[in-house]
Design a binder for this molecule. Structure first.
Ligand SMILES: Nc1ncnc2c1ncn2[C@@H]1O[C@H](COP(=O)(O)OP(=O)(O)OP(=O)(O)O)[C@@H](O)[C@H]1O
Ligand SMILES: [Mg+2]
Length: 257
């Protein structure tokens, strides 16, 4: 059975694409077969983050009914499979986001996880990404504007009958967890299932067009993504960070619940 997980936020730039790629890479580290789909149909992200060269068949061909989804799946050197979207303006103008759930349905049984990197906002493309998912992870920064948008997204997903499995807090620092975990969970009425620290390795991986879990396996962000992945599949994973660090303490806090 394939699990379809949408990565949504509401607010832009909070770390959805980074999380889609690195959750995918971390699940792959635990031997899961993962397919990451670019749900940003008008402003594609995955190809830019992972340095996918111009490919002959991409998601827009599939949405137009010209090709089967299996023809648009490419294996990334980091180990996960990806379905990139087109960078062309013409493809963008003529795309049909409403067909996304239908075409992604054909991946069922071909992979353990389909991870859909959702767009910012709650427009047509976000609706398509949510409709294509059975489970949703909400990514937010620990700041009020992002959390307000996250709340709207939680409600929207639930109205559409999707299961919001939890919140991933990204770009956290010891001094920006000003809204406490407890408050965030109270506002969003969902558990925090991942805490990803601000980490310069993420930028370095982006420069190398690769997943940080793959390029910097021992970095703090990498350890935090592996922790998130382990939680999703019920696997045990001891974080490889110093027991004195604030990250170890917060990761331990969410793991113990
Ligand atoms: N843990 C982190 N540490 C440092 N930088 C990070 C971290 N997570 C994400 N970033 C950086 O934040 C920026 C935005 O991240 P990303 O593109 O993943 O956000 P997004 O939510 O997908 O944005 P959009 O809404 O535009 O699609 C990127 O430059 C990324 O490298
Ligand atoms: Mg993105």
């Amino acid at each position: 059975m394939t699990r379809y997980i949408g990565i949504l936020s509401g607010k832009g730039g909070v770390g959805k694409t980074t999380s889609s790629i690195n959750l995918g890479s971390a699940l792959n580290y635990f031997d899961k077969d993962v397919t990451i789909v670019d749900g940003n149909l008008t402003t594609p992200n995955i190809g830019l983050h992972l340095g996918v060269p111009i490919v002959p068949i991409h998601l827009h061909h599939v949405l137009r009914g010209e090709n089967h989804i299996n023809e648009s799946v490419y294996l990334h050197p980091a180990g996960m499979k990806i379905v990139p979207a087109s960078l062309s303006l013409n493809d963008m103008k003529t795309t049909r986001p409403d067909r996304l759930p239908y075409v992604l349905g054909s991946l069922n049984g071909t992979t353990d996880f389909v991870i859909i990197d959702g767009p910012a906002g709650l427009g047509k493309e976000a609706l398509a990404a949510i409709a294509s998912s059975e489970e949703v992870i909400i990514v937010t920064n620990p700041e009020l504007p992002a959390i307000t948008d996250a709340l709207k997204t939680v409600k929207y997903c639930e109205e559409l009958g999707r299961k919001v499995i939890g919140i991933v807090l990204t770009r956290t620092k010891p001094d920006n967890l000003d809204i406490s975990l407890k408050n965030i969970e109270t506002i969003l009425e969902k558990p925090v299932i991942g805490i990803i620290p601000e980490d310069k390795s993420v930028r370095e991986a982006l420069t190398r067009k690769d997943a940080v879990v793959y390029t910097h396996p021992k970095s703090k962000a990498s350890v935090a993504y592996k922790m998130l992945a382990a939680g999703l599949i019920g696997r045990k994973y001891e974080p490889e960070v110093s027991e004195d660090s604030w990250l170890f303490k917060v990761l331990k806090k969410i793991r113990l619940r």
